[in-house]
Design a protein around this ligand. Structure first.
Ligand SMILES: [Zn+2]
Length: 408
């Protein structure tokens, strides 16, 4: 795709998405509220709402009578239009979460998987089991599912010999999955999912260009530019965890030396602690999440562990420098941190990260740049991938020009 031109269809589609975003944020709103919130004209909002009502995407909720003038009806998303499922395929588990069509979570189920078993059929089994368990818990049937979003990590996409048809990623084995589950399926990666979750449920509602940094076992960045998720030619945009922090630095699990992930991924943080205090009891903790939780606990007053304090300071320097590079390239309005490391350690990391970014980002690019822990909680990968599936559904029924992969 070379040059894209905004057509009237795109603009109409964008207006519909703007109204949906505003309605999702407000829960319930009148047409006038939606016009005020989106900046669209009353006439445009009226047209958009009538399209969405016709499609069963929104419903009229109730009449409110103002002090003057005629009563107005409020609108809300129609949660009973159907069900949307988001599936987070991680290295050690598959989690399926069922949402109603207003994206309210109904039920979530997790199936443990063997991280050494790379057989596609095992992954497919895990997805099917998690899906059926979650649907049962939500008292829903497959017939009610409008869309199924599946998030596969980058590594697994490589393992799956993913064929990346520009700009749409295609998981080869999805045909086998479709044979078992006859549902509209969309596959994407976790970075795009967290960026979508931030766009619909977090700071993305207020910022057009922003970055969500994911900190866990893996590290990456979900990048939103001018309201659109940056994908790149082959959907690899945002693989910032594998950009260079230190020439000839630590070995990264991707095979390269000196990647950002080797310093601020959970295993990298543990390596930093081991370098500071080789005999520290936490240096040999085998479970990464437990390790990160234990670090947070060790920082609690009245006697914070000095080796852990030093580990956090160094990690904040690494993270701050790596984020300064992102700022130099993208110049975002806002940066949020998400993932279990951010939730556990974010409050300890953020002040020092901010100072570092201020010092190292070009010019005054970071002068007023907010860097905060994301307010989107829960499994933001499942939420984000479900949202992508909902967007895809809206595309299928002709309500939006879909910006999500359509090859599947
Ligand atoms: Zn790497």
């Amino acid at each position: 795709m070379a040059v894209t031109r905004r057509t009237s269809r795109d603009i109409r589609s964008e207006s519909r998405l703007d109204v949906l975003h505003a309605l999702l944020a407000a829960g319930e709103a009148s047409r006038g509220d939606l016009a005020a919130e989106t900046g669209l004209s009353n006439a445009t909002v009226a047209t958009v709402v009538s399209d969405l009502l016709e499609g069963g995407i929104v419903t009229e909720a109730r009449l409110t009578s103002g002090r003057i003038g005629r009563p107005t009806t409020t609108l809300r998303l129609n949660g009973n239009r159907g069900r949307i499922v988001g599936v987070d395929v991680a290295e050690t588990y598959v989690r399926a979460t069922v949402f109603d069509s207003a994206l309210d979570e109904l039920f979530s189920a997790e199936v443990a998987t063997d991280e050494h078993d790379r057989d596609p059929d095992s992954v497919i089994d895990g997805i099917v089991r998690a899906l059926d368990t979650a649907l049962e818990g939500a008292h829903a049937t497959r017939d009610e599912v409008l869309g199924l979003g599946i998030s596969l990590p980058g590594g697994m996409q490589r393992w799956a010999e993913v064929s990346l048809v520009v700009p749409n990623p295609t998981w080869h084995h999805v045909d086998r999955l479709r044979e078992r589950i006859d549902l509209p399926i969309v596959v994407d990666n976790p970075l795009k999912a967290i960026a979508t979750a931030e766009l619909w449920f977090g700071e993305g509602r207020r910022h057009k260009s922003m970055i969500t940094v994911n900190l866990g076992t893996g590290v990456g960045a979900g990048i939103v530019l001018e309201g659109t998720i940056l994908r790149g030619a082959q959907n690899y945009a945002g693989e910032w965890g594998h950009s260079l922090l230190a020439i000839d630095g630590r070995r990264c699990r991707c095979g390269r030396n000196g990647c950002v992930e080797a310093y601020v991924g959970a295993a990298g943080i543990q390596q930093t602690l081991a370098a500071i205090a080789p005999e520290h009891r936490l240096a040999s903790e085998h479970m990464q999440r437990e390790f990160i939780e234990a670090l947070a606990a060790a920082l609690a007053p009245p006697a914070p562990d000095p080796a852990v304090t030093e580990t956090i300071e160094r990690t904040a320097r690494y993270l701050g420098s790596a984020i300064a590079d992102l700022v130099a390239i993208v110049n975002p309005e806002m940066i949020t941190l998400t993932g279990w490391t951010a939730w556990a350690l974010g409050d300890h990391l953020v002040p020092a990260v901010r100072r570092r970014v201020m010092r190292e980002a070009p010019g005054d690019a970071a002068a007023d740049l907010p860097i905060e822990v994301s307010t989107v909680r829960g499994n933001s990968v499942a939420t984000g991938i479900a949202t992508i599936a909902l967007e895809r559904f809206l595309g299928d029924v002709g309500l939006v020009t879909t910006r999500v992969p359509t090859a599947l």
